[in-house]
Design a protein around this ligand. Structure first.
Ligand SMILES: Cc1ncc(COP(=O)(O)O)c(C=O)c1O
Length: 374
């Protein structure tokens, strides 16, 4: 068994001198919130993804909530989304009293299947909420044909490109990014909505700040709001991370390439499924390295066995509709969304971060080969 020191973690942020300096400057300025770093971070990020506007918020989750409100989702509405996502995607609709309606996923990309989404649309559907899962862009052109408002969950997809070559986040629909510490870039906790509409930005900026209009006094509030602000400390961290984003993304691409090579034998001879290759012009923004175990290999036992080899891993992602809260609230049952369920049952996230070495990737691959063979 490996010693504690040998453990390969699942994820690890790249934090160094530039981030330390950026945060220190804010601390010394005394302007810790509602200061100049917020618009500076927003403009830099908007430029990066080719969006007209951006609103920084306290998390990807709060970004989803405000974006759904901004496109008009209200109590009693339906929001068509993917069951194969982090639970926050569906929860955001529930915050407004809307119902998340799950459409099954594409068996290759794991994003929502456009035909299943089309079949799930009713007269109560107010918005579509596709998820660019594991950084792979959903088929936006197919979803846009319905003419419904769209909110993109791009929390995992920084650096990705749509099939038409545009950067994810620059399509005009509100697109939500997340900056938790395992993401392509981090602000500790944080999120951002990239969007094309100035009106929607105005509403979002007010609602993230307690419903306060920009030209009003502190104590006047002309609508319901929240405290979903991102601090200047976090935004300074975000600006520093954006400056090295190209390097961090390139490192993720390199690590993914090592994984593909190291796991090729397990894939071709033992039925391990690797992340789908980029196709039809779409480009993945590498976030996690998730594989599907061969039929008959117990996923949860694999996680435990990998731990004994000093390799962290986790079941990723469980199907949202089968979580106990969703089952109890909506009566969902196994068998409703078979593609998602099959993929979710066999998926496991392996260690994946920019500083990972080729030797570490090989150690993970060796450990996985031993566990699968056992
Ligand atoms: C697909 C997806 N949506 C939403 C979120 C929520 O983001 P946050 O954790 O910043 O609230 C995450 C984060 O893990 C995510 O992966």
């Amino acid at each position: 068994m490996s010693t504690q020191l040998d453990v390969i973690p699942l994820a690890k942020p790249v934090i160094g001198e530039p981030e330390e300096q950026a945060v220190l400057e804010v601390l010394r300025s005394g302007h810790l919130s509602l200061g100049p770093r917020v618009p500076a971070f927003e403009s830099a990020f908007a430029e990066r993804v080719g969006a007209r506007h951006a609103s920084a918020v306290s998390s990807g989750t709060t970004g989803l909530h405000l974006a759904l409100r901004a496109v008009g989702v209200e109590a009693g509405d339906e929001v068509v989304t993917s069951p194969f996502s982090f639970v926050a995607t569906a929860n955001a609709a529930l915050y407004e009293g809307a119902r998340p309606v799950f459409a099954d996923i594409d068996p290759v990309t794991f994003c929502v299947d456009p035909a299943a989404a089309a079949a799930a649309i009713t007269e109560r559907t107010r918005a579509l909420l596709p998820v660019h899962i594991f950084g792979y862009p959903a088929d936006m052109a197919a979803l846009e044909r319905h003419g419904l408002p769209i909110v993109e969950d791009a929390a995992e997809a920084l650096g990705a490109r749509y099939a038409d070559g545009g950067a994810v986040g620059g399509r005009g629909h509100p697109a939500i990014f997340g900056f938790y510490a395992n993401k392509q870039m981090t602000t500790g906790e944080g999120g951002l909505i990239a969007l094309g509409s100035a009106e929607q930005k105005e509403r979002i900026d007010s609602e993230r700040n307690q419903g306060r209009a920009p030209d009003m006094g502190w104590l006047d509030h002309d609508r319901l709001g929240f405290n979903y602000r991102l601090s200047d400390i976090a935004c300074a961290l975000g600006i520093a991370q954006l400056e090295r984003l190209d390097d961090m993304l390139a490192a993720r691409v390199r690590v993914a390439g090592w994984y593909r090579a190291a796991l090729a034998g397990l894939a071709s001879e033992h039925g391990l499924t690797l992340p789908c290759e980029d196709a039809d012009g779409a480009v993945r923004g590498w976030f996690v390295f998730v594989v599907q175990l061969p039929v008959g290999v117990d996923r949860d036992a694999t996680v435990l066995a990998l731990r004994d080899h000093g390799v962290q891993s986790k079941p990723y992602l469980p199907a949202i509709h089968l979580m106990s809260f969703y089952r109890e609230r909506f009566g969902h049952r196994r068998g409703e969304l078979p593609v998602c369920e099959r993929v979710a049952d066999s998926s496991i996230a392996l260690p994946f971060f920019p500083q990972m070495t080729e030797a570490q990737v090989e150690r993970v691959a060796d450990a996985l080969a031993q566990v699968i063979a056992a």
